[in-house]
Design a protein around this ligand. Structure first.
Ligand code: TMP
Length: 205
């Protein structure tokens, strides 16, 4: 099974992806936890380029870097792990490109969709957990512990558009994408909802 975590800045997906891994391992599954960008050795360099607030990138350069990261990630990490019977949990995947590069950057939908399909080699997640958060709360959470990266530094409007696009994706793909709003919920409550969603998915498979 291929599970992805998605959401705007400061939604808590990295924390919850780690907790889900521990939970699934406790049930006896082998789990690979990975992330985008940066899930491969080359991807770590690409992540540095993309997040460094000193770098001013053309929007197309930006999406090509995400596509390069994903091409490496799918062929060298995700597909081999799925083939060996592991559950793969990825902190961000294709919905991030749709939400950020269409919603946030306003790139043409057909271009972004083409790049997403080509770089993911048509590998779709079985389940996506979208952790929704309002931008004011998310940005505050994300920048509490560390200096803002190139995306966290964007204007509020950018983050509002990313969120809007995520919610649109969830509506169009309701059997795959399950949304949890995190504005007023504690970590344990959110994690318990995630586990219920995942267990329900297992029962259906
Ligand atoms: P994160 O790993 O801390 O979430 O940071 C990754 C950043 O990259 C985040 O701001 C979202 C952004 N991003 C995109 O804009 N497009 C993509 O395709 C991916 C995977 C991430």
């Amino acid at each position: 099974m291929f599970i992805t975590f998605e959401g705007p800045e400061g939604c808590g997906k990295s924390t919850h992806a780690k907790k889900l891994k521990t939970f699934l391992e406790g049930k006896g599954f082998q789990v690979l936890l990975t992330q985008e960008p940066g899930g491969t050795q080359v991807g770590k360099h690409i992540r540095g380029l993309l997040l460094d607030p000193q770098n001013v990138l053309d929007e197309k350069t930006e999406i090509y870097l995400f596509a390069a990261d994903r091409t490496e990630h799918v062929s060298k990490v995700i597909k081999p792990a799925l083939a060996s019977g592991k559950i793969v949990v990825s902190d961000r995947y294709t919905d991030s490109t749709l939400a950020y590069q269409i919603g946030g950057r306003n790139l043409p939908e057909d271009l972004v969709e083409y790049i997403v399909n080509a770089s993911s080699k048509d590998l779709k997640p079985d389940l996506t957990i979208l952790l929704d958060v309002s931008p004011e709360i998310g940005i505050k959470r994300a920048t509490q512990a560390s200096a803002p990266d190139r995306f966290e530094k964007e204007k509020l409007e950018f983050h509002e558009n990313v969120r809007k696009k995520y919610l649109e994706i969830a509506e169009k793909n309701h059997s795959r994408v399950k949304t949890i709003n995190t504005d007023k919920k504690g970590i344990e409550e959110i994690q318990s909802e995630i586990r219920q969603i995942v267990e329900k998915k297992f029962r259906k498979q």
